[in-house]
Structure formats: C-alpha cells, structure tokens
Design a protein around this ligand. Structure first.
Ligand SMILES: NC(=O)C1=CN([C@@H]2O[C@H](COP(=O)(O)OP(=O)(O)OC[C@H]3O[C@@H](n4cnc5c(N)ncnc54)[C@H](OP(=O)(O)O)[C@@H]3O)[C@@H](O)[C@H]2O)C=CC1
Ligand SMILES: O=C(CO)COP(=O)(O)O
Length: 334
C-alpha cells in the first residue's frame, strides 16, 4: 500500500471508477456535490445514477465537504467535466497543500479560452506538478472487472512513477508518458471522431465506412495534436488510437451515442436532454474547429460534426459531403 492520501474531486461515473481503482492501493476520499451520492457511496457502496451495476470498495469514503477532502490530500485527481473544471478548482484552491500534484481525468477543452485542463490547473494553481490519466477506459467496463490499459502523462519522470503506483492495479495497467499535450489532446479529440462514427452507424453505414472514418479521423486529430505541440507517436498509442477505437466502436460511449442519435435525425438538444451523463465532444467541437483554423490544419470530419451539432447541416448531408471531397494522397509529405 502507498502512504499517499488521494483526494478525488467528482462523483460521476469516471471519478467514482477511478476512486475505486485507487482504493486498492491507498487511502482515497471522494468529493461530490450531491448529498445523495455521498450518502449512497458511504452507506450502500453504490453510485446507481452513474454506475448502475457496480459495487464500490468499502474503504472508499465520500464527502460533500470540499475542505475535508482537499486539505489532507497529497495528490488531487480532478474528475469533473470541462465546463465546471475551473469553477471547482477555484472553490478548492484555498484548501490545497503546497506543491502537491494535480491530475486531470477530464477529456474536454475549456470553451472561451480553448485551454486544456492541465493548462487551467496551471493557471489557477501555479507551481503544482500537473498531469493526466487517459486512455481507452470506459468506466462501466472497468467496474465490471474487465482488463484495461491507461496512461499517466506528466513531465516529471520521478513524480510520474510514484503516481503510476497509485493508479495501477492487477487488471488496470497504467503506463507512463511524458507527452502531456499529446496524451491530453488525444482524449479530447477522439470524442468528435466518435460522434462522426456514431452518425455513420445511425445512418446505416457499414464496417468499411466505420474503419475509414476512424483511420482518417486519427490522421486529422494527429495533425492538430502535432501542430499544438504533441508528438505524432503518442497518437498511435493508447491515448490516441487506443482511445479512438474504444470510443468509436463502443455503444457504452456517450459521444458515440450522441452520434448514433444524430445519424437517426434527432436534434442535439433532445439527445442531450435525454442523457444523465456528459458527452464532452459536443461542447468541444466548436473549440476544436477554431483551433484547427488557428493552426492551419484541415479537419474535415471534425468540421462536419460541428456543422451537424450546430444545426447547419443534417447528418446525412454531412456524411455525403465528406464522400464528395477531393481525394488526395493518404500520407501528406512535408
Ligand atoms: N465515463 C467514462 O467512461 C470516462 C470519462 N472520462 C472523462 O471524465 C470526465 C468526467 O466524466 P464522467 O465522470 O463520465 O461524467 P458523468 O456525467 O458521469 O458525471 C459528472 C460528474 O460531475 C459532477 N459535476 C458536474 N458539474 C459539477 C459542478 N459544477 N460542481 C461539482 N460537480 C459537478 C456531477 O455531479 P452531479 O451528479 O451532482 O450532477 C457528476 O458527479 C469527462 O471529461 C469525461 O470525458 C474519461 C474517461 C472515461
Ligand atoms: O473516454 C472515454 C473512454 O475512454 C469515455 O467516452 P465517452 O465520454 O464517450 O463515454
């Protein structure tokens, strides 16, 4: 057992799943804003709203009091969605101990500033080592005891090895990577491609089409990721291609689900209103299109997903529009 005390911020599906994984290795306290969630975790060891079939470890303790979790934490893990990330950081900032590492689980960008979550952390809590835990990790599957692999990405190679030990356990294999930008962007950008693949499925497209979208999608997210400072090889790894595959093929993925429903012709507001959980790709699509323009990178799939979400095109129009694009060389030369 590690001696580090971990504070996990966020009681949704992934925050609860990661807290359950950490509980195998060390002390972890989870903060959730909902009193019902906290009571249910502590008394019944379940979180039915987000993980209906899971039994949580009995040593996982939850609180509604942010100070109680943050003020004793040696490591903070942030598991709230991107649209509340900065707000929650501001709330917890007065209680954070100096220099402790802060790890993001969040796969979104801040709208307005276009920042990655590790950049938001660095802005609100300068001086703290930051990192991300990311990879092909569908929460419900992990809670069902299925094996999975993930990546902890940090610049500091000593701290990352200590933190690897608190996340890694028998069936959850955690690798390290020092390419924070590439790993973080892989987790964000694949969501939009998963919406596109879902749209294809909703429209009745076949497996060849799905494969083409995933592969061309990987090419375009790699182009943007590299332009923003990530390494190309990171996008061929767990946090790039790995997460793309899980999210694009799994019916458990919320982004994939949004795409399927858009493909069936439903309106984005109706789809989101029917969902309990977050689909980060919907919120980050406009930011990604903006970043693609800023960095001069072509992202036709992301562009069309954004058009459909914004209600300017139907999924069918977008899909057939992609097929009419001029075909060029598969691999671009520099
Ligand atoms: N689920 C998964 O399989 C994976 C998710 N992720 C990423 O993890 C992040 C979190 O997603 P996930 O756990 O799935 O989301 P969920 O939709 O399952 O849960 C969201 C959680 O965030 C809480 N929350 C929302 N707004 C606030 C706020 N303003 N203050 C405090 N708490 C808030 C919700 O609380 P309340 O219940 O009170 O509304 C809820 O506990 C996302 O960026 C997602 O992309 C990454 C890997 C896997
Ligand atoms: O990031 C995920 C799997 O790695 C979860 O994807 P969704 O948010 O689409 O469910």
């Amino acid at each position: 057992m590690s001696k580090l005390k971990v504070g996990l911020i966020g009681g949704g599906s992934w925050g609860t799943a990661v807290a359950s994984l950490i509980a195998k290795n060390t002390d972890v306290s989870l903060w959730a804003r909902s009193k019902e969630t906290v009571t249910e975790i502590n008394k019944r060891h379940t979180n039915k709203k987000y993980l209906p079939d899971a039994v949580l470890p009995s040593n996982l303790v939850a609180h509604t009091d942010l100070r109680a979790v943050v003020s004793v934490a040696d490591v903070l893990v942030m598991g709230v969605p991107s649209n509340s990330f900065r707000d929650v950081l501001k709330q917890l900032r007065p209680f954070v101990r100096p220099w402790i590492p802060i790890i993001s689980l969040t796969k979104g960008l801040e709208s307005g500033t276009d920042l990655r979550m590790t950049e938001v952390i660095q802005g609100e809590l300068p001086g703290h080592p930051v990192g991300v835990l990311t990879g092909p990790n569908l929460a419900r599957e992990i809670m069902a005891g299925q094996a999975a692999a993930s990546v902890i990405a940090m610049v500091d190679d000593i701290i990352v090895q200590e933190l690897q030990k608190i996340f890694n356990s028998g069936l959850f294999r955690v690798y390290t990577n020092d390419d924070v930008i590439g790993c973080e962007l892989g987790g964000v950008l694949k969501n939009i491609i998963a919406i596109a693949v879902g749209m294809g499925i909703g429209l009745g497209a076949g497996d060849n089409t799905r494969s083409a979208l995933i592969t061309r999608g990987l090419a375009e997210i790699t182009r943007l990721g590299v332009a923003m400072g990530g390494r190309a090889e990171t996008f061929s790894g767990l946090t790039g291609m790995g997460d793309m595959l899980a999210t694009c093929i799994s019916a458990q993925s919320r982004n994939h689900h949004v795409g399927v429903e858009l493909g069936k012709g439903r309106h984005i507001e109706d789809i989101i209103n029917d969902m309990v959980m977050v689909a980060e790709g919907v919120k980050s699509a406009p930011t990604v299109v903006k970043l693609a323009a800023r960095y001069g990178v072509e992202m036709p799939i992301a562009h069309d997903v954004h058009e459909v979400i914004a209600g300017r095109r139907t999924a069918e129009q977008a899909f057939y529009g992609l097929l009419k694009r001029k075909v060029g060389a598969e691999i671009e030369s520099d």
